[in-house]
Design a protein around this ligand. Structure first.
Ligand code: PEP
Ligand code: MN
Length: 360
């Protein structure tokens, strides 16, 4: 894919003085609900009104969306509030219905991006349209698959493109619903710096209390905007109740976010600095997380050693680790002195952990 600059014309043409905001309920539930939320978002920074019409649910038996009927409600939203509209499409039929009902922006959900067949079907159905199409990252952290989906649309002649970062599934428990894996988003930006990148803190966090912090990190990493699920009665929403925020809360989040403009050299420097610092914060958190995991493994070894009555310190194994790590460090520009000092500290902490267990 070349010339990704052309893909962001739609966003540049909007001449926004704030990040792009796409907001609205996870699902369209009733006509009243759709219109009520839209009216509450009418005089805010919201640029596009979202509502899911067809809902991809992990397990059957949950609310699966109101279907094409909801598209009529979105038309009413546009007529009554002037807000542009957005919805998710997952097959040719959805695309045709959304186009018939003048939906302004279409997004492709995480469960569709994983399937090249679906992506191709959607790309073929969209041929010739000048709608804005945003591609969510696939559920698994696979940058090539994400870019591949965007490429299929681009090849089908769709010019107004962008990506939505909504986090990734993991087997391991975490505080997120879908872990952000910010590195992947950073790599994405490095490869295609001009492709608009929108953050979806709702699906990353799964919890409304965490939305602000994730949004601020996204801004610090130069994201172009947000998609945030919004409902007048989040707790009673028919889907994703825990992560939706009220329109008032959305306005407050947008006001509190520190938006870093890149207009003068000083601001550019600060923005670059914030970007790098956000990077460092992410890596530091990973280091702590990994060290915690390492100590858990050491605890397991401590238990085994206690059972078998083996000495905690195994010198030969330890010297092997040190030698390997010095070599690995060298290939990453780390001095021998630093690697030795760091691993001695880590080793000491492991020994302390194991001693505690063996002598319990
Ligand atoms: C959504 O935006 O409502 C949605 C279903 O998101 P995702 O595809 O990210 O799970
Ligand atoms: Mn949702």
């Amino acid at each position: 894919m070349e010339n990704t600059k052309e893909m962001r014309t739609w966003l540049d043409d909007m001449k926004l003085d704030h990040p792009l905001v796409i907001a609205g309920p996870c699902s369209a539930e009733t006509e009243e609900q759709v219109l009520k939320i839209a009216h509450q978002l009418k005089d805010t920074d919201v640029n596009y009104y979202r509502a899911g019409i067809w809902k991809p649910r992990t397990r059957p038996g949950n609310f699966e969306g109101v279907g094409a009927l909801g598209l009529k409600w979105l038309q009413k939203v546009k007529a009554e509030t002037g807000l542009k509209t957005a919805t998710e499409v997952a097959n040719r039929n959805h695309v045709e219905l959304a186009l018939e009902h003048d939906v302004d922006l279409l997004w492709i959900g995480a469960r569709s991006t994983v399937s090249p067949f679906i992506m191709q079907e959607i790309a073929d159905a969209l041929k010739g349209t000048d709608k804005i199409v945003l591609v969510k990252n696939p559920v698994n952290p696979d940058l090539a698959l994400w870019l591949g989906g965007i490429e299929r649309l681009h090849t089908a002649g769709i010019k107004n493109l962008g990506a939505i970062h909504r986090g990734f599934s993991t087997y391991e428990k975490s505080k997120y619903r879908n872990i952000p894996e910010w590195q992947l988003a950073i790599e994405f930006q490095n490869k295609f710096p001009d492709l608009p990148l929108i953050n979806d803190p709702s699906h990353i966090t799964g919890k409304r209390d965490m939305i602000f912090d994730v949004s601020q990190t996204a801004l610090d990493l130069n994201f172009d905007g947000f998609m945030i699920e919004t409902h007048f009665d989040p707790d009673n929403a028919w889907s994703d109740a825990a992560q939706q925020v009220t329109p008032d809360r959305l306005v407050q989040i947008m006001n509190d976010l520190k938006i870093r403009k890149e207009s003068d050299p000083e601001a550019e420097y600060n923005s670059e600095l914030n970007n790098l610092r956000a990077n460092i914060d992410i890596v530091d958190n990973q280091i702590i997380d990994l060290l915690g995991k390492r100590m858990k493994a050491a605890d397991g070894i401590g238990k085994l050693k206690k059972e078998k009555n083996v000495a905690v310190l195994q010198n030969r194994r330890w010297n092997e680790i040190l030698g390997n790590m010095v070599l690995e460090g060298e290939t990453r520009g780390l001095s021998e002195e630093f690697v030795l000092r760091m691993f001695k500290a880590i080793h000491q902490e492991s020994i302390n952990h194991q001693e505690k267990i063996v002598n319990k």
